[in-house]
Ligand binder design. Structure first.
Ligand code: FO1
Length: 327
């Protein structure tokens, strides 16, 4: 199915938007070909539990178990534990379903027993029978703090409890300067078989930035021979999901695909924009990037697969190397 040389693919992903493209990529590649490195700066400790929302979104999505209408959590969920907690007057602003709680209990106990986040994620991945490698960006804690006009808020307090309402003035990634990039992530960036790096359409500021700004990662990306391609999370001046567009407005950035391309800067070889933003293609090319214009909105599995094929074909043209055979 796949050529034997230079066929490893690395996807960098935040939560929902990134997981959609990761599922498309997982559908058209062999199990060993794809590694997804996931943002862990959204992680937090809540009700005594270690919660890794983006890792879980990836696990649940690749396992075919995600709750797509809700946008997070698991299918077939029940809420008995939350209802019980609510009856005691406990904190219920962050909704943890009964099935989802099993994941957090498993992770929390394993971390407390001394396993690292990579090892715990591996246990969960095997439990969910996910074939692709899913790695946390780091085994060290990194915690996004959102600076707002109302003061600094931990990410989930800003995102879920305050529904992204406070006006954002900037971000601080607690622990980032001391955190080491996950070892296999570092090794993959130096692997001669790495053939493509795909930055998924995740929030550039709070999902992708923590991964890129881990010590040494940008330098390795700059050295890496594989094409680096990002998919714009901004389509027609809006974010498909989440607060990226609102953040751009509040940070006085134009809410455009061009602004996202500029934000990633010369790290990229190629940038993927939606058909509806075709008028921005020339401006992006002016930045020295190759541009792919294609439908990027993923409403169903066919859309995810179609975009994944387009992205890998784009990488092939940038690399001159075949990634997909007979697709
Ligand atoms: N998002 C919400 O908007 N409300 C919730 O109550 C909520 C609970 C939740 C529980 C577990 C989990 O893994 C994720 C959860 N999310 C919830 C989603 C999540 O916090 C965000 O989508 C991501 O952090 C942003 O990528």
């Amino acid at each position: 199915m796949i050529s034997t040389k230079n066929t490893k693919i690395l996807a960098l992903s935040g939560g929902v938007g990134g997981a959609k493209l990761a599922l498309g990529l997982a559908t058209i590649t062999t199990d060993e070909q794809l590694t997804v490195v996931v943002n862990t700066a959204d992680d937090f400790e809540h009700l005594g539990l270690s919660i890794s929302p983006d890792l879980d979104t990836l696990l649940y999505t690749l396992a075919g178990e995600s709750n797509q209408s809700q946008g997070w959590g698991l299918q077939g969920e029940s809420w008995q534990a939350m209802n019980m907690l609510s009856s005691f007057g406990g904190e219920t602003w962050f909704q943890l379903g009964d099935r989802d709680l099993g994941t957090h209990l498993m992770r929390t106990q394993a971390l407390r027993q001394g396993q690292n986040l990579t090892e715990v994620t591996e246990i969960l991945r095997q439990g969910f029978k996910v074939k692709q490698r899913i790695l946390p960006m780091s085994d060290d804690p990194v915690r996004t703090q959102v600076n707002t006009i109302d003061g600094q808020l931990p990410f989930q307090h800003y995102f879920v409890r305050e529904r992204c309402e406070p006006k954002v003035t900037g971000f601080y990634f607690e622990g980032l300067s001391q955190a080491k990039a996950q070892a296999e992530f570092v090794a993959l960036l130096q692997d001669p078989e790495l053939a493509a790096v795909v930055i998924c359409p995740s929030n550039p500021f709070v999902s992708v930035a923590p991964m890129l700004n881990l010590s040494g990662v940008k330098a390795l990306l700059q050295k890496c021979q594989a094409p680096i391609v990002a998919v714009s999370p901004i389509v027609s001046g809006m974010a498909i999901k989440g607060p990226a567009a609102k953040m751009m407005n509040e940070l006085n950035m134009p809410c455009t695909a061009v602004a996202v391309a500029e934000y990633y800067g010369d790290l990229l070889d190629g940038f993927v924009i939606d058909d509806s933003d075709v008028k921005q293609a020339d401006d992006i090319a002016q930045l020295g990037l190759e541009v792919l214009v294609t439908p990027t909105v993923m409403n169903n599995l066919d859309d995810k697969v179609a975009l994944a094929k387009q992205v890998l074909t784009f990488c092939e043209t940038l690399q001159g190397e075949e990634l997909l055979c007979g697709q």
